[in-house]
Ligand binder design. Structure first.
Ligand SMILES: CC(C)(COP(=O)(O)OP(=O)(O)OC[C@H]1O[C@@H](n2cnc3c(N)ncnc32)[C@H](O)[C@@H]1OP(=O)(O)O)[C@@H](O)C(=O)NCCC(=O)NCCS
Length: 178
């Protein structure tokens, strides 16, 4: 298994991966929603606002992850981890955690200060995320599950509060996914 950076030649395979994995885990309509979201991320996001990575085995993409910019008024270099998927038949073997850590190491080298995500705290706490509230940092849209709002500092342990609203890239400008 090899981890590497996203390339535009992977777009169709990555869209299919997200559609399949989320269809398997949460049903076809969620699969299509996340497949389309991944496509929108890859095709509409400026390169300076996007980091993407893949896990490849036997020349096939078996995992993928994206980080897109979250913008705050104070100019902090912040990204949102979402979505991430590991092919259903390769789950539970540590690949998801390796892919997330690989991406976060890359962001650290690129002087990103903080990474947010929105998901299951019991999984993301394994890769360094902590639950936060919107007193610490506002999400771009109303959160349907505020307990899933998570962050990790890449510049020391402490997550310092960030004042004001945040905004996401165009692909996430949809209240239904929050
Ligand atoms: C979530 C996901 C990316 C994790 O990748 P993975 O390679 O299967 O996970 P790892 O093998 O690295 O880690 C496994 C650990 O995470 C836990 N875990 C895996 N999937 C989980 C999930 N959906 N929710 C909570 N915990 C989960 C397992 O219990 C396991 O814990 P353990 O080591 O203490 O037994 C992958 O299972 C996946 O693609 N799931 C479907 C899509 C999804 O839910 N994506 C995340 C939301 S964007």
């Amino acid at each position: 298994m090899k981890l590497s950076e996203f390339k535009s030649s992977y777009i169709e395979d990555i869209k299919q991966l997200f559609t399949k994995v989320f269809s398997d885990s949460e049903g076809q309509s969620e699969g299509e929603l996340i497949g389309n979201l991944s496509n929108e991320i890859m095709t509409s996001t400026d390169t300076q606002d996007l980091y993407g990575f893949v896990a490849i085995e036997n020349k096939k993409i078996i995992g993928s992850i994206f980080f897109t910019r979250l913008t705050f008024k104070n100019g902090i270099n912040a990204f949102l981890l979402s979505p991430v998927a590991i092919h259903t038949s390769h789950q539970g073997k540590g690949i998801g955690q390796k892919l997330i850590s690989f991406g976060i190491d890359h962001l650290k080298k690129n002087e990103v200060s903080i990474v947010f995500t929105y998901g299951d705290p019991s999984f993301y706490s394994k890769v360094g995320f902590n639950q936060i509230t919107e007193k610490t940092a506002k999400a771009p849209f109303k959160l349907s599950q505020p307990e899933g709002w998570l962050a990790q500092s890449l510049v020391g342990d402490e997550i310092k509060p960030i004042a004001g609203k945040s905004s996401c890239v165009v692909a996430f400008n949809n209240p239904e996914i929050w």
